[in-house]
Design a protein around this ligand. Structure first.
Ligand SMILES: NC(=O)c1ccc[n+]([C@@H]2O[C@H](COP(=O)([O-])OP(=O)(O)OC[C@H]3O[C@@H](n4cnc5c(N)ncnc54)[C@H](OP(=O)(O)O)[C@@H]3O)[C@@H](O)[C@H]2O)c1
Length: 250
């Protein structure tokens, strides 16, 4: 393959991005569309927030595998291919806010881990029929590091990182690549509590090498790389977009 801007092109590719009603998934959906893909962005909300003109928004709860399966069938029937799946839908239920820690743990695993497995199961056969496949799972620095008060989230992201490696191997012979996209602290609805608290906001910024929080749009370039032929020899790995959080000692 020759080097150049062409390898980053998603022209004629069809992508599904879960968790696209806002935040990181929304930014990735816009980014993939900007690189030329036809993008279907999913969320439970009736509409996506902000400027979602670049992609096609569909209401879908990813924990409902029947609904997700029907939607994928409809997209494949209309488009004739599905090339890229970005699993960005995620929830966090901090233990102190959850009335029932066991229920919160199970609910988090259901959305952040089990649903990703089911979505991949549904989409991979479409990728095989189209002859191209890249799956991007949005994990977290919490996949590899301990964070307090949220065991379900940490366990779900650690499990998701491991699921990526398992699926990358299982689908390697079929040419479907599976990778983790690993955000650090990014300013979204999910992190609005710690961003609003000056002490926690500053502590998280200071913990990075770059000295600041990330913006959701800063995840889009890495997603384009992993979705496109630019990453044709990349599978089963973690791409950190964390301002240097995970690499920092002192
Ligand atoms: N922000 C960070 O600092 C950070 C750091 C590391 C990893 N992440 C990960 O990045 C991903 C996106 O998070 P974010 O920060 O952008 O949070 P966010 O603003 O809260 O967005 C979460 C998205 O997931 C969707 N979602 C949640 N449950 C869903 C379900 N059952 N079915 C379909 N969609 C669902 C939400 O849409 P609806 O509410 O409309 O369903 C929303 O679009 C998550 O996986 C998160 O764990 C975030």
């Amino acid at each position: 393959m020759s080097a150049g801007a062409g390898v980053f092109s998603l022209h004629d590719r069809v992508a599904i991005v879960t968790g696209a009603s806002r935040g990181i998934g929304h930014a990735i959906a816009r980014g993939l569309a900007g690189a030329g893909a036809t993008v279907f962005g999913l969320g439970r909300s009736p509409a996506a927030q902000g400027d979602a003109a670049a992609f096609l928004y569909r209401t879908c709860d990813v924990t409902d595998s029947t609904a997700f399966g029907s939607l994928v069938e409809e997209i494949f029937a209309g488009q004739g291919r599905i090339d890229v799946l970005v699993n960005a839908a995620g929830i966090t239920l901090p233990a102190q806010a959850a009335g029932d820690p066991s229920a919160a743990f199970r609910q988090t695993i259901e959305c952040n881990l089990t649903a990703v497995f089911e979505c991949c199961r549904v989409v991979v056969p479409c990728m095989l029929r189209g002859g191209y496949g890249s799956i991007i799972n949005v994990t977290s620095i919490g996949a590899a590091l301990g964070f307090p008060g949220n065991p379900g989230y940490v366990a779900s992201k650690g499990g998701l990182a491991a699921l990526t490696r398992a699926l990358a191997l299982d689908h390697s012979a079929q040419g479907v690549r599976v990778n983790n996209l690993v955000p650090g602290y990014v300013r979204t609805a999910m992190t609005e509590g710690s961003y609003a608290d000056p002490e926690r906001r500053q502590a998280r910024a200071a913990r990075t090498m770059l000295g600041r929080w990330g913006e959701a749009d800063e995840l889009a370039g890495a997603a384009i790389f992993l979705a496109s032929p630019a990453s044709s020899y990349v599978t089963g790995t973690d791409l950190y977009v964390d301002g240097g959080w995970a690499a920092k000692g002192l």
